[in-house]
Design a protein around this ligand. Sequence first.
Ligand code: ADP
Ligand code: MG
Length: 630
Amino acid sequence: MAVPELAAAQAPPPVRMPPPARRTRATALPEVRWAALAALAFLVAFPLDLADAPAWAWGPLYAVCYAAGGWEPGREGLRALRERTLDVDLLMVVAALGAAAIGQYLDGGLLIVIFAVSGALEALATRRTADSVRGLLDLAPATAVRLTPGGEETVEAAALAVGDTVLVRPGERLPADGTVLRGTSDVDQASITGEPLPAAKAPGDEVFAGTLNGAGALRVRVDKDASASVIARIVALVEEASATKAPTQLFVERIEQRYSVGVVVATLAVFGLPVLLGGDVTEALLRAMTFMIVASPCAVVLATMPPLLSAIATAGRHGVLVKSAVVMERLGAADRVALDKTGTLTEGTPRVTAVHGDEKALALAAAAELPSEHPVARAVVAEARARGLRLPEATDFSSEPGTGVRAVVDGREVRVRRAPGTHADTAVEVLVDGTPAAVLELSDRLRDGAPEAVRALARLTGTAPALLTGDNAGAAGRIAAETGITDVRAGLLPHEKAEAVREWERAGAKVLVVGDGVNDAPALAAAHTGIAMGRAGSDLALETADAVVVRDELSAIPAVVALSRRARRLVVQNLVIAGVCIGVLVVWDLAGHLPLPLGVAGHEGSTVLVGLNGLRLLRDAAWRKAVNGE
Ligand code: ADP
Ligand code: MG
């Protein structure tokens, strides 16, 4: 069948942004539905109860409320108890049943409802986080049109193999990373590069899964497996993220255990002592129940994760994938930043600007560089191809990160490596059988917003960022001058980058490293926190880093640091609110007379307040503020 090959000329393609991440409806979560049922039953029972209606009218409704709101936490609590841990959920359910046992149905019901609602809010926040990550995956279409000798067939995008040819019609999303074979079009790459203007694509150009084709039809050769595409790599990284807990949370949970046991013991004492001294049993029981409720650390438990998870979700929606709550908590603690040059401050797509030597040497160098992932290697290969040179087969390839490559080409040993001596820009030398054969000069463009990002990071951390690069001092100096960096360390091998980081850390600094290459991996690992550039980044850097800037926007780095600080402030704020509320209510109950409903309202009120406080970071305004450095 005929393949339409429309020219892009007919109409300018509309600029379309990726669709917003699909959000789970709140009512899809069982926690939300149970909480809603508990609340509804309570809201009907409560006025009947107050109006002195007969017990058969409101009694069953309270029972529904207790069961709907208390069943799941009660079961969880009992399961935990069998594993010899006591969780606050169980305390809440016991307190509610205790209140009911002494005739305080309303108070117990109120406790159950507010408890269930705060649980539902927590579940919702967690789910929204997961949604915003999965939203990224939705960008890549599920099916693709594969061209076969006989025509075309629709296949699962995941089933495409390297070397397949796919047809992408106008307005469709690209199913895979690949190269344009035929056709021209404008492709909106905002989902990956953040660049709002469509990029013109013609045969030979690289295209990416999840980007949006404009008005032309393209035949694209698939160059990468679906699982290896830029977008899939990034999503895979984050899937592991949500499973981790921040140190503050782990600390809180360790304390929670002993604290909860303490609350039970104290509750028995608050009940037992007055009774032994001849006090009124009902009054003592009421006081003990109130004590158990107000002393429970619900608000403390809820203080940490919601702000951090909300911040992770918001950062994710804006192109920064933070791999765990631990990282979200740590990012804001950074007081020193080290930036890599090639691929981080610069675009990482250098071009060869001069060849001092003959084309034979260039062809040998390109042949040796072909298997390398380094930006310098890609530039050398591109230059040789642009000159129409034939690249001979290379064998025995090996690379040394931060230095260069070595291979055997046409029976001769070819090395391409950092050129000795001083150069104004990046330079590599080509050695054939140990003899210098050529020097290649390369130049790379600074990324947009690099000077602004450097300034913002200096303001946030209180220290001017440093530049760590394996490139020569000339190239490093040029980039440093353009970005306003004064602390420059050039000519570093990968382990020397890591050593520089460790040195700062030994001096007490918490270092944030931003890098992209294989050569940055040791420094990323040595750092307090590491951020990798998602698009330019090598797999190793993406894996080693704690967070990934999906679209390589430098402005996102100070923004995520600012967001982390805000989350940390909220955690502290929450812990203070929780602590003060518990303290005041406990003293009130023990020293004076705290009515049970007031105790419940105070305790659950502070819990919900703390929970909602954390969710504030889910709003887009939180990111805008972080970008503006507020
Ligand atoms: P950066 O730290 O700026 O990201 P690298 O450490 O990756 O840079 O590289 C440092 C220098 O080592 C490069 O500027 C280049 O001179 C040399 N080099 C690294 N890899 C290669 C390669 N594949 N081919 C030639 N030279 C290389
Ligand atoms: Mg680099």
